[in-house]
Design a binder for this molecule. Sequence first.
Ligand SMILES: Cc1cc2nc3c(=O)[nH]c(=O)nc-3n(C[C@H](O)[C@H](O)[C@H](O)COP(=O)(O)O)c2cc1C
Length: 180
Amino acid sequence: MDLLELVKKRESCRSFTGEPVKDELLREIVEAGRLAPSACNSQPWKFYVVMSGGERMEQMRLAAQIAGNNKFAAKASAFIVVFREKPNYSERVGQVLFGREFSAIDIGLAVENIVLAAAERGLGTCILGMFTESKVKECIGLGKRDKRKVELVIAVGVPVSSVPRPKKRKAEEEIAVYLR
Ligand SMILES: Cc1cc2nc3c(=O)[nH]c(=O)nc-3n(C[C@H](O)[C@H](O)[C@H](O)COP(=O)(O)O)c2cc1C
């Protein structure tokens, strides 16, 4: 599929059928994340993949919700919990020298690769920035001593509809300045 078509097809899915997602597909989409670019090739990410069919699923479906938000996660069939790790030495030196911090950008690039790869395979995803972090960590077996922050959770599943909604986006003239 042409990349622009794929970008148009990808959308936040908030209606999943509840059918399981094949392990192989999850591995493929995580591979797309692994191959993402990052500042100084730091790769400051770690993915915990809660796969379909396990006993963690019900706990994870609840942990992905918070204060009445993300109720649709109750029908997702897999979750990718994304941690932002400490960047490598070069990226940290860059931060000190130039006062620029790239690891959140790096995470975003990896996550976009993942959701695009999922869309190409007919899977629905929703990137979640809101979730019950303590429950997410508990669900994937991390103790309280693990101080790492869960950056994002990606809900994955089989979408009820494969027809994309029209995108609500700012107009081209608002977001781009073309110069010669
Ligand atoms: C960092 C980030 C966090 C988000 N968190 C949530 C969330 O917790 N719940 C939710 O339903 N959507 C969440 N979204 C999805 C956005 O609302 C969505 O991407 C945006 O409205 C554009 O719609 P589209 O993804 O369908 O194109 C998040 C998206 C991003 C990039």
